[in-house]
Design a protein around this ligand. Sequence first.
Ligand SMILES: Cc1cc2nc3c(=O)[nH]c(=O)nc-3n(C[C@H](O)[C@H](O)[C@H](O)COP(=O)(O)OP(=O)(O)OC[C@H]3O[C@@H](n4cnc5c(N)ncnc54)[C@H](O)[C@@H]3O)c2cc1C
Length: 473
Amino acid sequence: MDIAIIGAGAAAVALLDALDPSDVRSVTVFDPSESPWRGRPYRPDLDSVLVNVPPQIMSIRFGDREHYARWLDGQAGVHIDERLGAPVPPRAFYGRYLEDTAEAALARFAKSEVVPSVVTGVSLDGRPTVRTADGRTRTADRVVLCVGGGAPHDLYGLAGAPGFAADPYPLARTLADVPSGRDVAVIGAGLTAVDIVVSLAARGHTGRISLVSRSGTLPFVWQRPARTGIRHLTPERLLSLDGPVTLDGFADLIRAELAERGESWDELAAWIDAAMRRDPAANLREQLAMVDAPQLARRIVQEAAHTAGPLAWRLLPAGDRERLRARHFRTVTSLASPMVPCNAAVLLDLFEAGTLEALSGIEKVEAGARFRITHAAGVRTADVVINAVNPPPHAIPRTAEALASSLLAQGAAQDPDGGLAIDFGTGRVVVGDRPDPRLHVVGDLAGGGPFLVSGIPGVAAQAHRAARSFRSR
Ligand SMILES: Cc1cc2nc3c(=O)[nH]c(=O)nc-3n(C[C@H](O)[C@H](O)[C@H](O)COP(=O)(O)OP(=O)(O)OC[C@H]3O[C@@H](n4cnc5c(N)ncnc54)[C@H](O)[C@@H]3O)c2cc1C
């Protein structure tokens, strides 16, 4: 069959790697990027922009956890996070792994091509036809949307204001314009904000850095990976439960899982609750001291958020999903997507030196001679404002808006929580009232999932399911 893949980021690489060449006559990949296969996160950038996850869970090949580790073994001079005891290289370095994997995968197909154009539409009339911005068309048997998530939204209408960076990446470009002694405010306190602070520090920034967000809480800190041996919090166990899966039922599974290790969910929940209220520097100090702690409880909950979480979310009643989103969004994202210890140590040093602060209750940001940021405890001014707001889950990236509109106009269904409605087992897009076998999504455009951004294991699993559904045998 002829396959058209729209977007050349990690999701496309995972898909190319998962395809069985005997199913494929040709592959055409569309992406206007100057550095295909790297997507948004793994483009060339500063060396201080690090991979956020230990190598054990950065394999792009579903079912082969060692694939990335084997590639890393052949590389010289990889930066080790001493506390984590694992390599944590720059994200651009990881991008080379994606490039190598894509090139090896493409070499297996009889015919392949990368078209450096934006796709603006797909016609589903008969054999799907892909249309690019330069007016060219190409037909295929299967079309896979791998367009990624969105960029930060400009929540405070600051676009065009001098000193405002709407999209921080690449930081090599954004920070080049930031004089060292100026006061910088970062809108947001997630992993993008951490990248910005660490990169400012690496450049020797001496001005004040203010992280301003709604909650004022930072991501948790990774613990050293350990084998968790999860037995209850698995997708299989969830599917075998009698009756509906509820939030309370899910908490019972966590309780059972931890009790088998002699640990307690109620104690962990109380600790998490306290951490969400505590001063960020105190959290960093405590969590840096816990990187090596032998207890598995936090590791189990964090791992399960990514492995069982996507299915659990789909099985939960709407009211429970809303409860989780409304009350626990920040806690779940902070816990499920922690920062690497070497970055935590940089932030702690800056907090202790008094050059970094975290302000909560952001209300508004106004441009003027200096930016005025109103937060819960008053007003902070800054010379430079860098946007690190996470786009909403399953957002449609700006570059894919025309493409998404063309599909919606032909009956593709939108998920009420964002993204396109898909069939979970195959990634097929629902068109009319049925999954269409000609149209797939791999990546965050797939609606119906939880509010966590898919990491590499998530996109690798989705790519595996899509490739499996292409098999002719
Ligand atoms: C800043 C950042 C850091 C991250 N760090 C990590 C990490 O360390 N570990 C981890 O596991 N996960 C991380 N993630 C999660 C990340 O989402 C996944 O790792 C992965 O990059 C998602 O890949 P993707 O291919 O779905 O999207 P992307 O990597 O965004 O790639 C999408 C591609 O589609 C192209 N495209 C979009 N629209 C069109 C169109 N209309 N026509 C043609 N091409 C189009 C874009 O040019 C882009 O190249 C990070 C995410 C971000 C945003």
